[in-house]
Every structure is written in C-alpha cells, then in structure tokens.
Design a protein around this ligand. Structure first.
Ligand code: G3P
Ligand code: CA
Length: 254
C-alpha cells in the first residue's frame, strides 16, 4: 500500500558503505572510485572534524587502525592529517592513499553526478559542532538544483547542528536498538529533528516496524547488509534503502 505522507526520497536503493566496503581502504577517494566502477550511484562515508575545523573522512576516533598515525584524529590539524597514509593498512595497491576532505569527496560526487550520504561521526564531545560544520560546508558547495546529500548520525546533537546550518538538506537518524522504549524515543527524536528517515541495523526491521515507521512519515533504511537473504528480506518488507559493503555482490541496478 503506498503512503502519500512519506517524504520525498530521490535516492537509489543501494548505497556503497564507506565507498566500496572492504574492497578498498574505507573512506578514501580510491574507494569511492572503485564503488562507482561497480556501478554504485550513492556512497556512505564517515565525517569528522580536525582540530582546526576541517571536515575529513574517517570512521574511528583513533587514527591507528586505518592510517600510519596514532591517537585521536580530532586532536590533529588538517595539515598533519593530510600527510598520513590511509591506504597501506589495506593492501600494497593502495599505499600512500591520503585521507580525503569531505569537500574533495563532495566535489568528486558532484562532478560525477553521484549521490552522497554523509554520516556525521563526531569525535566524542564535538557532536554539535561537527554537525554544524558539515552543514555549513555542504550548504556552501552543493547546488540547490541537484539532488541533495543525505545527512545521517547516531548522535541527535550532530543532526541538530546540521539542521541549524543547512535545514534544507535531508536527515536520517541512525539507530542500533529498537525495543519498546528506545523505539518510542527514536521516533520522537527523529520527528523533533525533522528527519526523513530512520536508518536501522537491518536485523531490527519487521513488517510491523516498517508499517509503524512509514506511518510516522519516515523512510526506512538499513545498514550494513552483506548477505543476499538479508537484502531480499528488506526488499520484501518494502524498505527504502540498503547500505552494503558488498559492491561486488549486489548489482545497484537491481
Ligand atoms: O551509516 C551506517 C553505518 O555506516 C553505521 O555504522 O559503524 O559502519 O559507521 P558504522
Ligand atoms: Ca558509517
């Protein structure tokens, strides 16, 4: 049954997680290029703030796992972060791949006519200011005439910061638990933040929950879906978006 109260949702079903999942070093331009080579038209990435206010892509708070640096990335200025090798940890083929700024990735998406899902992933304690900086940046570079990026976050304060800076850019609340009380709270928070979507751990979706979230006027999206049976379940449930690592398994045209 169609629900005419659902927000506009101009995004493809399939979204490549961190660029190309695990096939390339996550959150690098090389990963985005590989995801695009597999036919993906929309990309999820993780954005945080350097000590001097530059928005760049990195999942972890610490540099150690995905670069040759160490310590908290949010305590380093961009000039130092830009020198790091964010590719060798993955494989020799990507040795020397740099951390990208969000601006560089967004400009690449615009030039390539691709869509972007920016997960605002703040260093702890920088929730609101990271959201605000992401909103200011994307508002300044992304034309109103184009399909807008999608902002998501587990942190309501980050979505509030993004909303204050760029109210016209759609938002989705990321949720990893949806029991009775936490579910009510998530729906209330999403409504207060004017969200277009709830983005859940995919295992949480049931037919009842999809109906409840749709009737609350929110789209239903999922992370991170890497098995065919799980993807088919979500499609059968009538959900709206799937974030996957497996750009080599799922055809984004399906
Ligand atoms: O954006 C959805 C998903 O990426 C959230 O989990 O830990 O992979 O950032 P994580
Ligand atoms: Ca993420």
């Amino acid at each position: 049954m169609s629900n005419t109260n659902l927000p506009h949702w101009p995004y493809p079903r399939w979204i490549a997680h961190r660029g190309a999942g695990r096939l390339a070093p996550e959150n690098t331009l090389a990963a985005f290029r590989l995801g695009a080579a597999h036919g993906y038209r929309m990309f999820e990435c993780d954005a945080k703030l350097s000590a001097d206010g530059v928005v760049f892509l990195m999942h972890d708070t610490l540099l150690d796992r995905t670069t040759n640096g160490s310590g908290s990335s949010g305590e380093q200025p961009w000039g130092a972060l830009a020198q790091l090798d964010a590719g060798s940890w993955h494989s020799r083929a990507y040795a020397g791949e740099p951390l990208p700024t969000l601006q560089a990735v967004a400009r690449w998406c615009l030039a390539s006519h691709l869509q972007l899902n920016v997960e605002i992933k703040p260093t702890p304690g920088q929730e609101e200011q990271t959201g605000h900086a992401v909103g200011i940046l994307m508002n300044s570079i992304w034309p109103r005439s184009r399909v807008q990026p999608l902002f998501t976050s587990f942190q309501p304060a980050s979505l509030q910061g993004a909303k204050d800076a760029a109210p016209h850019i759609p938002r989705g609340l990321l949720v990893d638990q949806f029991a009775d009380e936490t579910g009510d709270q998530a729906l209330q928070t999403a409504s207060q933040l004017g969200c277009s979507a709830l983005v859940l751990n995919h295992a949480l979706w049931t037919a009842e929950l999809v109906a409840r979230v749709h009737s609350a006027g929110l789209r239903c999206s999922s992370y991170t879906v890497n098995d065919e049976w799980a993807a088919q379940r979500l499609i059968d449930l009538g959900t709206d978006g799937i974030i996957t690592d497996r750009v080599d398994l799922f055809s984004p045209a399906a």
